[in-house]
Design a protein around this ligand. Structure first.
Ligand SMILES: Cc1ncc(COP(=O)(O)O)c(C=O)c1O
Length: 424
């Protein structure tokens, strides 16, 4: 499709957009009385209007039933999390028994590393991407220390080539082969938080397995954004946060995936708690832990129902729309944003550069723009003029035109505000 950088054309695209109506499902902050253009759903998604009713329901059940709410509320709390299994499994390409919700992302990755990072004297190395999200870096360092190894020996980073912004698949595969029999675990962010690069998770997972390692994914920027087939790709484990593309609310619960091949493996150690114990016998208060066969068997504590309520509201919205429709709009609107950015860049004599891969199969909802010469001033200008973006040091603005609530008209308007900001 040939795009045009005009208001009429953007409106035409909106009129053809089957997801256009879903903007009304969300609450937008306002600046000077105007709804903002919101490009930070990769950091914290907007609040779905329907979440409040889900939270109110729990508050009312708590008020009216108190402890009895565990079993007799509209959606009983003791198995509240099981409502996520079907819709979540569709989002990440899993069997319902392979997904669960619990804790928060870094906590879950740590817990999953308890099961899947079991270094030996000869096989103890972890492969991750260079400049992984800091929380992952701290996690790797502390896990390696915990097992008595040195981070500089046990953590192997895949580097970007000199002068390149993204990591090449061939370099990931070469590194896996090079580390070979010393490799215990590959754990990478499925979508890089800084550049928006989407990794070829299927190929990397197969390569890690060929080397005899476990393979896990941090899907913080991928869940609800990218087409995932975790079961078919034979990923061992994965975890994601729900407050980005899945709009569940600040700091809200994480989701986890554990492949079914691991569900009945008694050799796999885990940190246990009563919520992972045989569901039928949980309240018999037995001494011996008998894990649920499935990702639920990694649960530890009874769940924070007030947090899960808005997550459930949002998940149901995803279920209504389906990932295929979301991804189809995502590709179109991301390409339109790329086109508008390039048009503006010509008009302002090349003051910025898109560092996200140009290949649509290597990117999703995010374009990261490296500013040449322009600093935080431009970011502040955008903010003052009703565009919420995300600033990353030293000079990158991240833009996520989330398909659920961004219109093509927003993209056109953003281009005009950006141009005025650069020429100010
Ligand atoms: C890629 C990635 N990993 C891990 C985290 C940490 O998430 P949490 O604070 O929920 O553990 C984030 C947070 O934004 C992230 O983007």
């Amino acid at each position: 499709m040939t795009f045009q950088n005009t208001l009429e054309f953007a409106k035409l695209l909106d009129s053809q957009d089957q997801l256009y109506k879903y903007q009304d499902e969300f609450i937008f902050p306002r600046i000077k009385g105007e709804k903002v253009i919101y490009f930070t759903g990769n950091s914290l998604g907007l609040q779905p209007k329907r979440s409040k009713a889900y939270v109110d329901e729990v508050m009312n059940d708590w008020a009216n039933l108190a402890v009895e709410g565990h079993f007799y509320s509209e959606k009983p709390w003791w198995d509240y999390h099981e409502r996520f299994a079907n819709p979540l499994s569709k989002i990440v390409g899993a069997l319902p028994s392979e997904v669960t919700v619990m804790n928060t992302l870094t906590v879950n990755l740590h817990l999953l590393m308890v099961s899947f990072y079991r270094p030996t004297k000869t096989r103890y190395k972890i492969i991750c991407e260079e400049k992984a999200f800091p929380s992952d870096q701290y996690m790797f360092q502390s896990q390696v220390h915990f097992h008595g190894y040195k981070p500089e020996e046990a953590i192997v980073e895949i580097k970007r080539r000199e002068g390149e912004h993204n990591i090449r698949l061939e370099d990931v595969l070469a590194k896996i082969e090079e580390v070979g029999e010393e490799l215990a675990l590959v754990l990478i962010g499925g979508v890089n938080y800084y550049t928006g690069q989407v990794f070829d998770m299927k190929t990397i997972t197969a390569a890690g397995h060929k080397a005899g390692a476990y393979v896990g994914w941090d899907l913080a920027h991928a869940a609800g954004n990218v087409k995932l087939e975790l079961h078919d790709w034979k990923v061992d484990f994965a975890a994601w946060c729900s407050y980005k593309y899945m709009n569940s609310g600040p700091g809200n619960a994480s989701g986890c995936f554990v492949h079914e091949i691991h569900h009945n493996n008694p050799e796999l150690p885990r940190f246990a708690g009563w919520w992972g114990h045989n569901k039928e016998r949980r309240f018999k208060m037995e001494q011996t832990f008998d894990p649920i066969h499935g990702a639920d068997g990694w649960q530890i504590s009874n769940l924070p129902i007030l947090s899960l309520a808005p997550y459930l509201a949002s998940i149901e919205l995803f279920d209504e729309i389906g990932m295929d429709a979301l991804i189809s709009k995502r590709d179109k609107i991301t390409s339109y944003l790329e086109f508008v950015l390039k048009e503006i860049d010509k008009e302002v004599y090349s003051t910025f550069e898109i560092i996200t891969p140009a290949n649509p199969s290597e990117r999703a909802s995010q374009l990261s723009v490296l500013l040449h010469g322009e600093g935080r001033g431009l970011f502040d200008y955008l903010m003052k003029h009703g565009v919420i973006t995300d600033w990353r040091e030293p000079n990158v603005i991240r833009l996520a035109p989330v398909p659920l609530y961004t219109s093509f008209k927003d993209i056109y308007r953003f281009g005009q505000i950006l141009k005025a900001g650069i020429l100010r």
